[in-house]
Design a protein around this ligand. Sequence first.
Ligand code: HEM
Length: 248
Amino acid sequence: MASATGIPQHSPVDSDNDNGQQDDLEPLLGHPGDVSQRDNAPIIKNLVIGTGVIAEIGGILLVASVWAAVFLNGPLILFSVHPLAQSLGLLVLIQSILVLQPTHTGAQKQVGQKIHAGLNFLGIVTFGVGVISIEVNKSINNGPHFHSVHAYLGVIASFWLLAQYLVGFTMFAVPKLYGGEAQAKSIWKYHRSSGYVLLLFLAATVASATQTDYNLDVLGVKLWATIVISLLIVVGVYPRIKKQKLGF
Ligand code: HEM
């Protein structure tokens, strides 16, 4: 329900915690910076409400700068798929976070979770294509592994992403693996916290990519640009976190 101020208030069926209980400690107008989806508002608006639009600008600038560098500065080779896919994958993951954050009623959460799951599938496939392309490229050219800080961060990020995806997918689709729906829901908050830290780690992985020989010699994506982009993503995503969804 929207108040006279236009800021949505919580109806009795609202719940920001996973047990579906009304949080008595929550101020009527919500927590500083968080945003709530209005009743009857299309869920797509969740992508841009509040500070979300800043994260969108960051994600779009990331794809624009990396794709421009690949198409304008480099030969198009098998390796090119890697930066194209990884930057696009990060943009997709940003959408999957932004769409779910403002949901707070049971009905909104159900729709949001399905879109989140679909976008995460798209994201993981995109990242998978990017990792396979670099690994196949290395094996064809007998390139050394772990040749840079980015290579270490990239491998850690890839495994972390896979674990995040598998835990998220199974607790959503097969909760009985965790001993039932209630137990599965009790680990959602860890999935959320891990996801927010992973987002930072992915931003650091992209920044470290600018210091690889290939980027310094050929692509020319600037470190400062990736730092500005990461800040936009952080300023856009983190103030919208509903702390009670993290169990705080
Ligand atoms: C979050 C996004 C990214 C992830 C998860 C990621 C992941 C990886 C992985 C797993 C490797 C192979 C490491 C190995 O086998 O030793 C790698 C290498 C590489 N990546 Fe990325 N990457 C990302 C973004 C980017 C971007 C945006 C660029 C270009 C601007 C890039 C450029 C490179 C280069 C040049 C290498 C070869 C470096 C080396 O082996 O020392 N990566 N990345």
